[in-house]
Design a protein around this ligand. Structure first.
Ligand code: SF4
Length: 336
C-alpha cells in the first residue's frame, strides 16, 4: 500500500477499509508517512469545518463513587479515589454554565456519573437552560438511557449528547457494548445529535481494535468523532499499563479523521494539545468541577483547561476558533 494513494480516498468520498486504517495506524508516529497522514487530516478537517475549530466546556453536576467500575475513571468505586457523594447546588450549576457562555464556549456540557438520578439531572438542566441564551448549545454527557429518557433530554433543551462505546467495553468496564450501542440509537431516535470518540486509548490497544472502533464511530454518522488517550489515575491497576505519547495520539486522531465520512465535521481530542490539533483535531474541551480523569474534586485546580487556554492551544497550532453555537452539533441550521 502507498500512503499517498490512500490519502486520496477520503478526498474523493471513498471510505478507508479496515486493512487501510490498520496500515495507517501501523506507521511509526514519527515517520514521514505519519506526518503526511497528519497533514492531510489537518487539511481535510479545515476544509470540512470551514477552518473553524470549536471549544466545548463541561462541568459535572455530581461526584460519586460509581459501581460501573470503568477502570480508567476516577469515579470508579474500585479505584477508591472518591468515597463520598456530592452534588452541585442548582445555583452553582447555573454559575458554571453562565461562565462558560461568557467565556465563548461553543457548547456547554452537563455531565453526571452513571447512577445519578435522572429526574434530578433533568431538574438541574432545566434551571441551567432557563439561565442561558436560547441559542446556546446544551449537551448531556450521561449514562446509558432508554428512548423515553432520551426524549426527556431533548424536551429539556439538549441539542445532543456525548456517548461512546469505550475501548474494551465490558472488559475494562461493567457496562456492555450492547447497552452503549442501544443508548446511541435511542439518542438518535429522540433527535439528539451524538458526538463520540475512540477512547480511552492505551498502549495495550491493538491497531485492529482501534480500526474497528474508528469504523464503528463512522457507522452512525456522529456530530464528531476523534481520539483521546487514557490519562492515568495514579495508583490504579490500569495506570500500570502506561500512557501513549501525544505524538501517537495525534497519529490516531489523524487516522480517525480520515476514517470518517465527509458529513462528520468535528474531530475531537482530549486532553487538548498542539500535536492533536496539528493532526486534525478541531474540537477541545474545557472543564470545571469533577472530572473522571482527575483526582482533584475541582478540576480547575488540577488537569482542567479553560476555554481561553483551549483557544490559545488552537492558535499555537494554526487554527482559528469559531464564535457562537456549535456547528458540529447543529450542522444543519447554524452558521458562525
Ligand atoms: S466512566 Fe461513567 S460509568 Fe464508568 S465509572 Fe466513570 S462515571 Fe461510572
Amino acid at each position: 500500500m502507498r500512503v499517498d494513494e490512500l490519502l486520496k480516498k477520503p478526498r474523493s468520498g471513498d471510505v478507508l477499509s479496515h486493512q487501510e486504517l490498520v496500515y495507517l495506524l501501523d506507521l511509526a508516529p514519527d515517520s514521514m508517512e505519519s506526518y503526511m497522514v497528519m497533514a492531510e487530516a489537518n487539511r481535510f478537517s479545515k476544509e470540512l469545518s470551514g477552518g473553524k475549530a470549536e471549544v466545548h466546556a463541561q462541568f459535572a453536576v455530581n461526584l460519586a463513587p460509581c459501581p460501573y467500575d470503568c477502570l480508567f475513571c476516577s469515579f470508579a468505586k474500585v479505584n477508591g479515589v472518591f468515597n463520598e457523594s456530592k452534588e452541585l447546588k442548582p445555583e452553582k450549576a447555573v454559575d458554571y454554565a453562565l461562565q462558560f457562555e461568557r467565556d465563548g464556549a461553543n457548547a456547554v456540557f452537563l455531565m453526571s456519573t452513571a447512577t445519578y438520578p435522572f429526574g434530578r439531572f433533568i431538574e438541574v438542566s432545566q434551571e441551567v437552560k432557563r439561565s442561558l441564551q436560547p441559542e446556546t448549545t446544551l449537551i448531556a454527557n450521561v449514562g446509558d438511557q432508554t428512548l423515553k429518557h432520551a426524549v426527556k433530554l431533548k424536551d429539556a433543551g439538549f441539542s445532543g449528547v456525548y456517548h461512546a462505546v469505550r475501548l474494551r467495553e465490558g472488559k475494562d468496564t461493567r457496562l456492555s457494548v450492547k447497552g452503549r450501542k442501544e443508548s446511541i440509537a435511542n439518542f438518535k431516535e429522540a433527535g439528539l445529535e451524538v458526538g463520540t470518540c475512540v477512547e480511552p486509548v492505551g498502549p495495550e490497544h491493538t491497531n485492529e481494535e482501534l480500526a474497528e472502533m474508528i469504523a464503528f464511530t463512522a457507522s452512525f454518522d456522529p456530530a464528531y468523532s476523534g481520539a483521546a488517550r487514557r490519562i492515568p489515575i495514579p495508583g490504579t491497576a490500569i495506570a500500570r499499563l502506561g500512557t501513549i505519547s501525544e505524538a501517537r495520539m495525534a497519529q490516531i486522531v489523524a487516522v480517525t479523521r480520515l476514517g470518517m465520512p465527509r458529513s462528520v465535521t468535528g474531530n475531537c481530542t482530549h486532553e487538548p494539545c498542539t500535536l492533536g490539533a496539528i493532526g486534525g483535531a478541531n474540537l477541545f474541551w474545557a472543564e470545571v468541577g469533577a472530572n473522571p480523569r482527575d483526582t482533584e474534586q475541582s478540576t480547575e485546580n488540577g488537569r482542567g483547561e479553560t476555554v481561553s487556554s483551549c483557544h490559545a492551544i488552537f492558535k499555537e497550532s494554526g487554527w482559528d476558533v469559531g464564535n457562537g453555537p456549535s456547528r458540529y452539533y447543529n450542522s444543519v441550521t447554524t452558521e458562525y
